[in-house]
Design a binder for this molecule. Sequence first.
Ligand code: IPM
Ligand code: MN
Length: 357
Amino acid sequence: MDRTYNIAVIPGDGTGPEVIAEGLKVLQAVSCTHGFRLNLQRFDLGAKRYKKTGETVSHETIESIRTNDAIYLGAIGDPEVPPGILEKGVLLRLRFELDQYINLRPIKLYPGVDIPIKNKGCEDIDFVVVRENTEGLYAGAGGIIRRGTPHEVAVQESISTRMGVERCIKYAFEICKQRDRAKKLTLCGKTNVLTYTFDLWERTLKEVSKSYPDIQTDYMHVDALCMWMIKNPEWFDVIVTENMFGDIITDLGAVLQGGIGMAAGGNLNPQGVSMFEPIGGSAPKYTGKNVINPIGAILAAQLMLETLGESSAAQMIEQGVVKVLEHDMQGTGAGTMGVSTSQVGDLIVEFIEQASK
Ligand code: IPM
Ligand code: MN
């Protein structure tokens, strides 16, 4: 079997290229120890290109990215470009065009990581959020009329389709079945106000649940879930939710992991090309300082290998992360690590090389 993987690499903006460089180091190391090849193709999408050419991403580029086995992305966003242009023009465009309908965001606390929540440890914090990734408020439905006048009207509608909701919920049940935890799926919604959207979500969940008799289902309003996630994170195994709620609760979830620099996500199209990224942004104020935490990007690489079927290499990366967190890093926030961005990558590579001797 040919184990060569074609990976589209989009380092992107701000600290994106710095964290991706560390992820690539680690990927290179496990590809050697585990006997597969990575064929990397770089795409310089993001602020620089936009400022120079006025283009976010062309149809041809998307088609070229599409031919790869996976996409490895740093971050998109720049303070000099008005908000929305790059985010919608590059990141959301890729998610939508490649129909990456799941955003899978693991929330896992590793040993040696300090968090601001008292009396909760690694055994309490290990769940995943399955965020619907192509619909809801992100669908871009709506508009603004009479802009800038006293009579202006802005409408931004949330779209949920039966097909979109159902495939997301099915995926969440499948992930729950595979995980070795409580076998509990929690729907995060707002049935008391968003009575149309979550009527559809609730009914769909109920129907799909009939095929998964061994999985317990649960429901929480999003506001209450924010509270419980911090107070009793051990209650959660898999959370499934719509796009915007998923965006918000996973930044909160990052706090349970040691901060946004620790969090990774996969934009998945189980039938197509998936894209893996650290969920922290481009962090412009830390750019070029070699202080940003690259672990989120390294864990995104781990998730990518897992998805490509290279489980044992993925596991090796995770072990390296655990080792470095426990023994080499003082903190997980930018500038508090006690080691530099590039040292984190080097230390994990060192671990991988030692471990496979
Ligand atoms: C994320 C980000 C994006 C989102 C932004 C950059 C468009 O916050 O991946 O969570 O809202 O999905
Ligand atoms: Mn977000």
